[in-house]
Ligand binder design. Structure first.
Ligand code: BV8
Ligand code: ZN
Length: 248
């Protein structure tokens, strides 16, 4: 990451009225949460359609609950890293004109103090009942292979958006607005492969003049890079604190 790219990004942020951030698994990598598409990716040993799709859950709910209980157990042992804390610090500067849209389900942004968070793919902490539809925050305790709803004894599923499922409107709409209205969009730690999350990036670029400035923070260029006005390449746990420091 070159200093003048950092300075450009900080200058754009300094002038920004509204800031939006889109994060992916890379922002939690330095906390010890495996990413999805790296060689040690999470999906290794599990086909997506078996563990992160409604069909897979229908076919073998026990396998899916084992997969999610293992992820809950992993996240229980980890802490936010300096990148999460830096984003919480940035939010203090803009308040409700700062929106953090995350694809992550690990809850680490909230643990680091971020407030205005849109968890567009749901959360490992929550379950949803297939019968009474009640959503509960169940922390990260193991829930066994066939947890029952405490209200109606119906079958529970993770409150997570699986492949082939629509994102919850009440979360996705505000994310679209935040991307459309922002002056700067930080795209942090995502391969920008999964849709519609990745479409937030061209949405920010496509809004009325002047188009938002897109800053990509990643280890390497990604699908997002072609929309980025600048790329800050390095571990987000190091780059984000440097950006906050530069902002002054
Ligand atoms: C939908 C919950 C329809 C699960 C997740 C073909 C083309 C385009 C789209 C599709 C297609 N075929 C199918 C689709 C649609 C599909 C999709 O996008 N598929 C992809 C794979 C092609 N999308 C869907 O199915 C969505 N729903 O389309 O519904 C519909 C519409 C209306 C009505 C009914 C139905 C639902 C998508 C949501 C799926 N759920 N998560 C779970 O988590 O258990 S997605 C999953 O991937 C995670 O949420 C994850 O966050 C997300 C994206 O991955 P990343 O976060 O980007 O992680 P990844 O490993 O890929 O990348 C990590 C990055 O970090 C890398 O770039 C790496 O370099 C970087 N990095 C690593 N370390 C660091 C770092 N950067 C900085 N610092 C570091 N230290
Ligand atoms: Zn129920």
């Amino acid at each position: 990451m070159t200093d003048d790219n950092l300075i450009r990004a900080a200058d754009w942020l300094r002038l920004a009225e509204r800031v939006c951030v889109l994060t992916g698994a890379g922002v939690s990598a330095e906390s010890g949460v495996p990413t999805f598409r790296a060689s040690d990716g999470l999906w290794e040993g599990h086909r997506i359609e078996d563990v992160a799709s409604p069909e897979g859950f229908e076919r073998d709910p026990g396998l899916v609950w084992n997969f999610y209980n293992a992820r809950r157990a992993n996240v229980k042992t980890v802490k936010p890293n300096p990148g999460h804390y830096a984003l919480a610090k940035l939010e203090e500067r803009w308040g409700d004109r700062f929106t953090l849209v995350t694809q992550n389900v690990d809850g680490l942004h909230r643990a680091a103090g971020s407030k205005n968070i849109l968890e567009i793919h749901g959360s490992l902490h929550r379950t949803r009942c297939l019968c009474c539809a009640k959503v509960e925050d169940r922390g990260l305790e193991p829930l066994g292979e066939a947890p029952e709803c405490p209200h109606c004894h119906g079958q529970l599923r993770p409150d997570i958006v699986w492949f082939g499922e629509a994102l919850p409107n009440d979360i996705w709409e505000p994310a679209l607005v935040a991307a459309h209205e922002c002056d700067v969009l930080l795209v942090v730690g995502t391969s920008a492969v999964v849709h519609p999350a990745a479409s937030l990036i061209p949405v920010a670029k496509g809004r009325k003049q002047p188009a938002a400035k897109v800053v990509e923070i990643n280890l390497t260029p990604t699908e997002a890079s072609r929309h980025a006005d600048v790329g800050l390449y390095g571990p987000s746990g190091q780059v984000l604190p440097k950006l906050v420091e530069r902002l002054g």
